[in-house]
Design a protein around this ligand. Structure first.
Ligand code: SF4
Length: 80
């Protein structure tokens, strides 16, 4: 993974990046510009990115700007 890439390395399997969380194309584009295509500072603000970096699979509908801490989100992820 190129830590300095402008684009998030998790785009391929990310439902937000692939337009599956919004019906509004305009809203999706805003999220992409703020988080996904905004270099390391953008993705370090994304809870989805931070969870994956920690080895967790984010809940399908988790928003990048979720107000909970990564630790709190992880507590609610079921592991089998
Ligand atoms: S920055 Fe977040 S929302 Fe965007 S592709 Fe990466 S994990 Fe998905």
């Amino acid at each position: 993974m190129d830590a300095f890439s402008q684009i998030c390395p998790y785009t391929k399997n990310c439902p937000l990046f692939n337009g599956k969380l919004f019906t509004s194309h305009a809203a999706n584009e805003i999220y992409l510009s703020v988080y996904c295509n905004n270099g390391i500072s953008g993705r370090l603000d994304c809870k989805r990115f931070l969870l994956m970096q920690a080895g967790f699979t984010p809940p399908q509908n988790l928003m990048p700007g979720d107000s909970r801490t990564v630790e709190d989100i992880c507590k609610n992820i079921k592991t089998f």
